[in-house]
Design a protein around this ligand. Structure first.
Ligand SMILES: C[C@@](CO)(OP(=O)(O)O)[C@H](O)COP(=O)(O)OP(=O)(O)OC[C@H]1O[C@@H](n2ccc(N)nc2=O)[C@H](O)[C@@H]1O
Ligand SMILES: Nc1ncnc2c1ncn2[C@@H]1O[C@H](COP(=O)(O)OP(=O)(O)O)[C@@H](O)[C@H]1O
Length: 281
């Protein structure tokens, strides 16, 4: 039996460049891991994949990305025994925080240890790309520029200390629908990832905040006007810029100190139910 942590991510920049012939969109984004995590226990079983979770809002069959990852891993490694997976879900579901992708990545890492298969992290990321666009990033974690459909990564390390107050409004958003609602106006020819990387490497907090962008936000707000209502309300209450992660609806606010993060968290807790205080890691 072993346990893996599956961390959430936020998108610090997300530029959509164009729609591709295969239906996906070419993106250019800065992905950042935060210390909000699911916990996944894995053990060897005689046969089959058995997924269990206390969470009632996720499927526990082959629609669950953790299950898909186990299938993929066992098939690739030609392992005939089965596994039990127990998932403690702490990352909000369908939120733009890559919770499902991160669970899949953690299962790949965990089964590699459990069966002592010795795959490199790069090989696990390659396996992950067939499960979802965000899975390769989640295999590594940390900070990276992601291109292609999100699977082509250039990883980097920065020392910026920052906290994120993550707010999940009670709205259900479909990633495919948000991408599908993009118009030409929402696409960008000049991605801001390099500027963001430079600002992170310089540990320039103000510049980082000024550079946060999300090309999916207009489409998400058009499809789900409540996203904008929540963002406007949050922003006017706390007097700070509010950003959207991924395809939404999750909103986040960055702060340079734990004290400010705690104050902002307390202010938001008064009127929003799902609020999390995280650190960028
Ligand atoms: C928007 C982002 C930003 O990090 O994150 P989330 O909001 O999901 O967290 C990602 O691009 C989401 O990645 P992921 O959730 O893994 O997407 P996938 O399962 O591969 O694709 C779901 C659907 O989204 C659309 N899609 C996804 C990625 C991409 N580059 N172009 C797309 O058009 C496609 O319609 C696809 O069928
Ligand atoms: N392990 C999982 N955790 C959460 N959601 C999952 C999981 N596996 C599959 N899903 C499904 O994937 C969809 C997207 O979930 P999630 O990965 O949390 O969001 P996002 O891709 O927006 O970050 C949801 O509709 C959910 O039912």
């Amino acid at each position: 039996m072993l346990v893996e942590r599956a961390y959430a991510k936020i998108n610090l920049t997300l530029d959509v460049l164009r729609k591709r012939p295969d239906g996906y969109h070419e993106v250019d984004m800065v992905m950042q891991t935060v210390d909000l995590s699911d916990l996944i226990w894995m053990d060897v079983k005689e046969s089959g994949i058995h997924l269990d979770s206390g969470a009632s809002n996720i499927p526990l069959d082959d629609r669950n990305l953790a299950y898909v990852a186990a299938q993929k891993f066992l098939q690739t490694a030609q392992i005939t025994s089965g596994v039990t997976i127990t998932l403690e879900k702490n990352i909000p579901v369908a939120a733009g925080l890559a919770g499902g992708s991160s669970d899949a990545a953690a299962v790949l890492r965990g089964l590699n240890r459990l069966f002592d298969t010795g795959y490199s992290v790069d090989k696990l990321a390659e396996m992950g790309a067939s499960i979802g666009s965000d899975v390769p990033f989640c295999v590594y974690g940390g900070s990276a520029v992601a291109k292609g459909r999100g699977e082509q990564l250039t990883r980097f390390r920065h020392n910026l200390k920052a906290w994120a107050i993550i707010v999940r409004p009670p709205i259900f958003v479909s990633t495919a629908d948000v991408y599908g609602a993009l118009t030409r106006d929402n696409m960008s020819e000049q991605p801001r990832s390099q500027q963001m990387v430079d600002a992170l490497l310089r540990c320039d907090f103000e510049q980082v905040v000024g550079l946060v962008t999300n090309g999916l936000r207009p489409a998400a707000e058009r499809l789900y006007p409540e996203v904008k209502e929540y963002a406007d309300r949050l922003s006017s209450t706390i007097g700070q810029p509010v950003h959207m992660s991924g395809s939404g609806p999750t909103l986040f606010i960055l702060t340079p100190t734990m004290r400010r993060a705690q104050r902002t968290y307390n202010a938001i807790r008064g009127f929003m139910k799902e609020v999390y205080l995280c650190r960028l890691i």
